[in-house]
Design a protein around this ligand. Sequence first.
Ligand code: UD1
Ligand code: CA
Length: 456
Amino acid sequence: MNKAVILAGGQGKRMKADIPKPLFKVLGEPMLEWVISACESADVGDICVVKGFRGEMIDEYLSGRYKTAMQSERLGTGHAVMQAIPFLEEDTSGNTLVLCGDAPFIDPETIAGALSLHIKDNNAVTVITAELDDPHGYGRIIRTDKGISGIVEQKDASPEQLAVKEVNSGAYWFRTGDLVHLLGMLDCTNAQGEYYLTDTVSIALSEGLNAGAYRSPNAEIIRGANDRKDLLELNNYARTAVIEKHMENGVGFVCTDGIIIERSVEIGRGTEILPGTILRRGTRIGSNCEIGPDTIIENCRIGDNVSVNASQAYDSEIESGVIIGPYVHIRPDSCIRSGARIGDFVEIKNSTIGEKTAVSHLVYVGDSDVGRKVNIGCGTVTVNYDGIAKSRCVIGDNCFIGCNTNLIAPVKLGKAVYTAAGTTVTKDVPDYALAIDRGVMKVSEGYTLRKLKIKK
Ligand code: UD1
Ligand code: CA
């Protein structure tokens, strides 16, 4: 069976941070996750991640999804793969893909294309290469008329070799059994005193095995990040690519300033995305919506013809025809049913807002079930927390909640209940009733004149 080893042991000193480089994010996902998903899309699901610097953070991120191997000292890419030998020896009959955890744009097409060539040419190793205008820093692919003869690192290369523009992507296919054998033959007699995985190519040839190079038609696969400037470039590249994909699908953008859409987001045709909109993982938006400006949506299902203006929504469902904003916060586990209107300075948490209900301004609805065609007046608060426990409020269909009503949970309002403005509701109210809780208003005439000792 085919396997993958992903190298994620490096620190990335130039990032100036205390986390392993492959955990730095591109469009909201760690670079390591991009590499893993490329493997999975190419049907290579048996994966071992080699961790090193702050390896426990890699463990925490993977939370047992994949096998790992620990590289306790950073002695080079060859040494990193050696740590995965027990994983390789579990089954040496197939092929092993080796990838760098900090080059996120490796794609399933390249992985599959390289594997076909690897098998067709009966290679022990097939290195994936790309042609770059500026090959600086990469290992150069050295070819003779018989094919690839080796890979030379920047620091070990002659001026003539430095002129070569075909470079090593850091991704390879190996025959698993041959990889184990070749790793045993690596040494560290080079400019950096490291075990170079790249040396497997020349060693294989000297052993009479075949080695090949697969030149990827997509040079972007090689992009990696050594510092934060590179990481910004990766983000910009991925961001533009995602936006272009949505435009091809009929999503509108008049200006892409500040728009960040993660890879997994789906958007229906005719929807317009306005500047400053961040759409995160798990979000699915229907057709003909208007999203933004200045909006964050994370893991929400949104129907058609929805407008979300200058608002945030997390882990919730928003049905068709809903109008939200400006300045609304929809917190997790909420459901806003079709045709509802959520106005400015409203927070909704773990609640259902029924069809065509209006929650227009300055309201907190938490842990509540609100029916259909309800009107919730300005300043209403569901008092859902008594300092120890959270309780629910239930508001029936067609209720009219007067301004500044406090609903002390747990409490249940039946159908078509009215609450008078300023009422504090402390017990259940039956269908069609009015709840009113007010002191008797007194008017003290001439009060101001007496207080300020003035005349009219
Ligand atoms: C490596 C290749 C180079 C190629 C380039 C592509 C070697 C000797 N050189 O160089 O030919 O053009 O990648 O990006 O392989 N890592 C470990 N443990 C280590 C060293 C590295 O896990 O001891 C991991 C890093 O986290 C990274 C990957 O291996 O994910 C590549 O390491 P890096 O140091 O960036 O290799 P380069 O010098 O860039
Ligand atoms: Ca690198």
